[in-house]
Design a protein around this ligand. Structure first.
Ligand SMILES: Cc1ncc(C[n+]2csc(CCOP(=O)(O)OP(=O)(O)O)c2C)c(N)n1
Length: 405
């Protein structure tokens, strides 16, 4: 019989509603807090080189975050967002990808970019909006982008990257479609990962993006970072269902939920997800469960909406410490060396900051160059007005006024 409704027609005679949490979705965790693999946990293929690169990246991001949070408080940069508590989720997922895979992130995923090889100088140049910044100083701090590293520039409006990822990944798949049969002719060589928070998943774009990816078979790994809060809004004021994972199932997308504080579980789940996306040409959803340990951003003060007790409950579950203990247990990391590297990194970060803050700001004309082939009249008009204003008040714009031609 044909099935025009496209449902599993499991006829029943019991008049019962299904509970929204009926699936009881498990959270995959493989590593305990003492850095021991949990008995009976699935085998994980994580080699020493990759494991150490994951650790190096997490350690670097933690130190960079600490320094730049302080730099914002000193008035040296205007804004910052830390990855605190989610370093394992972001780094280990990025580590399971191939360099040619596209990363479409939200903004708290600086660790994915660092894993790809974005340099300390590049981070600093972006945050100081100087003339060496790849984005020509046109974005707020932490809105990174790198063409070379396949990292789409961050957009502030939430959720925009979700339907974009669906469309981009569909394009990645099209290259492997046999024109005659319409079937996949080979494994898809480059897929897309799309990161977003559970707050962004409340946007309409989330639903449009996921449904379209499922129906058209876009090879996207949707990576939902459920960290408990969308700025001050706790998750239980955002949705009633079983997290974001239940929605993946609803859209007919293969879904897994992982302990986002467990780098090994995240790595294994993302490897599997990449495999499914690239071999089958279909989307996959990973929901990472971690706690946003820091404030939302430097503009936020969490004491207004959550207790110190709640924060303390999670403070001891450091994802970096947990992974570090495993590395030490493996005999792959020496604690004294680790401390020495941290000291050196702190110095390097401070030195890079001091250099980047002295680099000249981009010339004013960069504001509108290469946005359009030739600036549209409305943009040109705004530019001319801005230029005139700066020339009238040069003392208020010391870094720009002197460079106006
Ligand atoms: C369309 C839109 N609405 C609101 C905002 C303001 N805003 C910025 S971040 C944020 C919270 C996002 O939370 P979540 O997606 O859970 O990510 P997290 O910050 O927790 O990593 C909000 C509401 C925005 N940038 N864009």
């Amino acid at each position: 019989m044909t099935n025009p409704n496209n449902v599993s027609l499991n006829l029943s005679h019991a008049l019962e509603f299904i509970d929204g949490h009926a699936l009881n979705i498990p959270t995959i965790t493989l590593l305990d807090q003492n850095g021991q693999l949990i008995e009976g946990a699935s085998n994980v293929d994580l080699d020493k080189e990759t494991a150490l690169k994951i650790y190096d990246t997490m350690r670097f991001i933690r130190l960079l975050d600490e320094r730049m949070q302080a730099a914002q408080r000193q008035g040296r940069i205007s804004f910052y967002m830390q990855c605190l508590g989610e370093e394992a989720a972001v780094t280990a997922s990025a580590a399971a990808l191939k360099p040619q895979d596209m990363i479409m992130a939200q903004y708290r995923e600086q660790a994915a970019l660092a894993y790809r090889g974005f340099t300390l100088e590049q981070f600093m140049n972006q945050m100081f909006s100087n003339e060496k910044d790849l984005g020509k100083g046109r974005q707020m701090p932490i809105h990174y982008g790198s063409n070379e590293l396949n990292y789409l520039t961050i957009s502030s409006p939430l959720g925009t990257q979700i339907p974009q990822a669906t469309g981009y990944a569909y394009g990645q798949k099209l290259k492997h479609i046999d024109a005659k049969t319409g079937e996949l002719s080979s494994q898809i060589d480059a897929v897309t990962i799309c990161y977003f928070g559970e707050g962004a998943a409340s946007e309409g774009d989330f639903h449009a993006g996921l449904n379209m990816a499922a129906v058209h078979g876009s090879p996207v790994i949707f990576f939902a970072r459920n960290n408990g809060y969308a700025i001050s809004t706790p998750a239980d004021e955002q949705f009633k269902g079983d997290g974001i994972a239940a929605r993946g199932v609803g859209y007919g997308i293969k879904t897994i939920r992982v302990d986002g504080g467990d780098a090994i579980a995240v790595y294994a789940a993302t490897q599997l997800a990449r495999d499914i996306a690239s071999k089958n040409g279909e989307p996959v959803l990973i929901e990472s469960i971690a706690y946003r340990l820091g404030a939302h951003s430097t503009s936020d003060d969490p004491t207004g909406y959550r207790s110190k007790d709640e924060e303390a409950q999670f403070r001891n579950n450091c994802p970096i410490e947990r992974f570090k203990k495993w590395l030490v247990n493996q005999g792959w990391l020496d604690l004294a060396e680790d401390e020495a590297v941290k000291e050196k990194l702190r110095e390097d970060i401070l030195n890079a900051l001091k250099v980047a803050e002295k680099v000249a700001k981009p010339p004013l004309e960069d504001l509108i160059s290469d946005v359009y082939d030739t600036p549209i009249p409305a943009l040109q008009k705004q530019y001319d007005a801005l230029k005139e204003h700066i020339l009238q008040h040069p003392q208020a714009y010391p870094s720009t006024a002197g460079r106006i031609k």
